[in-house]
Design a protein around this ligand. Structure first.
Ligand SMILES: C/C=C/C(=O)SCCNC(=O)CCNC(=O)[C@H](O)C(C)(C)COP(=O)(O)OP(=O)(O)OC[C@H]1O[C@@H](n2cnc3c(N)ncnc32)[C@H](O)[C@@H]1OP(=O)(O)O
Length: 278
């Protein structure tokens, strides 16, 4: 019997929508999903017509984390093999975080365990008011992975981090929004629509500058001010010499909207889009 695709893909204008397709298990993760998402992000990075990516899940849930049926069998494996399988998830988390295009998570239903990590690895997060977020691992005798502790520590105190991890308590989209990382809180069933609207808003921006901006937003949480100032300086002087800034500044001075979409088309026609600044 033919296996269903682990990841569904469709375009909405300049926005690429990627949807985890394992709804019978609340979109629990699999190596096939890791491979498909990695491949889809690589293709999107190389395609100047993709302005933003929305990551979501089929069947009304984002992702229930690692597949517990598979994880139950892992105890039999040697530690090196268990480690190698985990690296598959961690490579995926790095790929999402390092993607040059903005990635927006659209969360309905559950985002638990590594599913929460995956949602928090994205650049922006749109959640339904009644979505269910949980660090989950403790409930099944495991410890957090996928960067869950690092991502949560970016916006909560050590005390709140510890409580969320030690209890595995389910918290709503509304509560997560109050804690900080939710860009848009949607009514139930509206998370994808709102994520698409946010994605469309950024998708027509300057492709190369946005990749550099993403790099800065990422490193802001990882390095001291002097190092961040140095990176800002390097990227700014590069940005000043681009067609994108010529168009952006020219448009401002001529009192017209900037046409970054045209530059994307030029790049798509083969003028080269590789940004070496990241
Ligand atoms: C390397 C990564 C490691 C980790 O991420 S470890 C942490 C793994 N994740 C979890 O521990 C979360 C487990 N799941 C849940 O807590 C709940 O589910 C949810 C909150 C996600 C959703 O709750 P509800 O809507 O009530 O659904 P339901 O009845 O519990 O599950 C529906 C079907 O989905 C399967 N399922 C859910 N999560 C997983 C999973 N993580 N791995 C494998 N299957 C899962 C169930 O078994 C069941 O299936 P059936 O209908 O056949 O009984």
């Amino acid at each position: 019997m033919e296996q269903p695709l682990p990841l569904l893909q469709r375009r909405e204008g300049a926005v690429l929508v990627l949807s985890n397709n394992n709804p019978a298990a609340r979109n629990a993760l699999s190596p096939a999903f890791y491979a498909a998402l990695t491949e889809a992000l690589a293709q999107a990075e190389a395609d100047p017509t993709v302005g933003a990516i929305v990551l979501t899940g089929e069947g009304g849930h984002f992702c229930a984390g690692g597949d517990l049926r598979q994880l139950a069998k892992r105890r039999e494996l040697p530690i090196e093999e268990r480690r190698a399988k985990l690296e598959g998830l961690h490579d995926l988390i790095r790929t999402v975080r390092d993607c040059r295009k903005p990635v927006i998570a659209a969360v309905e239903g559950a985002a638990a365990g590594a599913g929460l990590s995956l949602a928090l690895a994205c650049d922006m997060l749109v959640a339904a008011r009644n979505a269910v977020f949980s660090v989950a691992y403790v409930k099944v005798g495991l410890t957090p992975d996928g960067g869950a502790t690092a991502f949560l520590a970016e916006f909560v105190s050590r005390q709140v981090l510890t409580e969320l991890c030690l209890t595995g308590e389910r918290i709503s989209g509304e509560r997560l929004h109050a804690l900080g990382p939710v860009n848009r809180l949607a009514e139930p069933g509206e998370a994808l629509k709102q994520a698409l609207a946010l994605a469309a808003q950024v998708a027509t921006g300057p492709d190369l500058a946005m990749g550099r901006i993403k790099a800065l937003c990422r490193s802001a949480y990882a390095q001291p001010l002097d190092d961040q100032l140095e990176l800002e300086a390097q990227l700014m002087v590069q940005s000043q010499a681009t067609e994108e800034s010529r168009e952006g500044i020219g448009a401002f001075l001529e009192k017209r909207p900037a046409d970054f979409a045209r530059l994307r088309q030029v790049n798509a026609a083969g003028a080269g889009t590789q940004d070496t600044t990241q």
